[in-house]
Design a protein around this ligand. Structure first.
Ligand code: KIV
Length: 277
């Protein structure tokens, strides 16, 4: 008999029907502790491959491996109870064939218990998205700026700022929706185009540097908390934790060096000796 948790987790199907309704709130998390905080307020927690840059100081998401995603996906599942947890398939784990994508997605879902995966690409990934969706893998697509393609793109540049460039991005959006993705992240796309795509396609759009008209919004948690040294224009900082952390660490170092820490409250005394012992 299975033991059911008391809190019902949101599913990809729950998210799918949120199109045009209450905006979907999404953030990234890579750890159990931050997942616990994010879970209280968000519908979706994305274990993004941005962890390569944020946790490991890499230059791009390209070196991130499936094992790295699974380790952090598992941590986020342990820290959360209600949000739909979506785990990114990293570069090189899904592009070679539909079968490769299914094996990677199945490993991620079995080993983390997450409810969906995300992969980058529009028309070129439509066949793979359909293959996965038909085999029980809920897929969040990701179009517009696709950071895993940095070595082809050359820079992290906003997309669709000339109307002449709109058609391929719109075709990408239509293709992933028709293939069976349950939602699509639209990253760094000109605002009017993101709004137009949102009105056109039947699945929820999750914007990052896109449009307030999108069906939901996502940010990288460390960016909005002020922990990332450089952030794109589309990030709004809701806290500035970097300086607070630095001040705390500085105060700790002063206290240790002057033997003020640990204080009497932070050490263990002896148990009082039992009579006759
Ligand atoms: O990896 C990530 O964090 C992402 C978001 C920026 C959408 O893909």
């Amino acid at each position: 008999m299975s033991v059911q948790s008391e809190t019902k987790r949101l599913t990809a199907a729950d998210l799918r029907v949120r199109k045009g309704a209450m905006p979907i709130v999404a953030l990234t998390s890579y750890h159990a502790h931050t997942a616990r905080l994010v879970d209280k307020h968000c519908d979706v927690i994305l274990v993004g491959d941005s962890l390569g840059m944020v946790m490991h100081g890499l230059e791009s998401t390209v070196p991130v491996t499936l094992d790295m995603m699974i380790l952090q996906g598992h941590a986020v599942m342990r820290g959360s109870r209600r949000a739909l947890v979506v785990v990114d398939l990293p570069f090189g784990s899904y592009e070679a064939s539909k079968e490769q994508a299914f094996l990677s997605a199945a490993r991620v879902m079995k080993e983390t218990g997450c409810g969906a995966i995300k992969l980058e690409g529009g028309r070129r990934m439509a066949g793979t998205i359909a293959f996965l969706a038909e085999r029980g893998v809920p897929v969040m697509a990701h179009i517009g700026l696709t950071p895993q393609s940095i070595n082809v793109l050359g820079s992290f540049r906003a997309q669709g700022r000339d109307q002449a460039d709109w058609a391929p991005i719109e075709e990408d959006a239509r293709a992933v929706a028709a293939a069976g993705a349950f939602s699509v992240v639209i990253e760094a796309v000109a605002e009017p185009l993101a709004a137009r795509i949102t009105a056109e396609i039947p699945i929820p759009t999750i914007g990052i540097g896109a449009s307030p008209a999108c069906d939901g919004q996502i940010l990288v948690l460390e960016d909005m908390l002020g922990l990332s040294p450089r952030v794109p224009k589309f990030v709004r900082r809701y806290a500035d934790l970097g300086p607070s952390i630095e001040t705390a660490v500085e105060n700790y170092a002063v206290d240790v060096r002057s033997r003020v820490f640990p204080g009497p409250d932070n050490v263990y005394g002896m148990k009082s000796a039992k009579p006759g012992a």
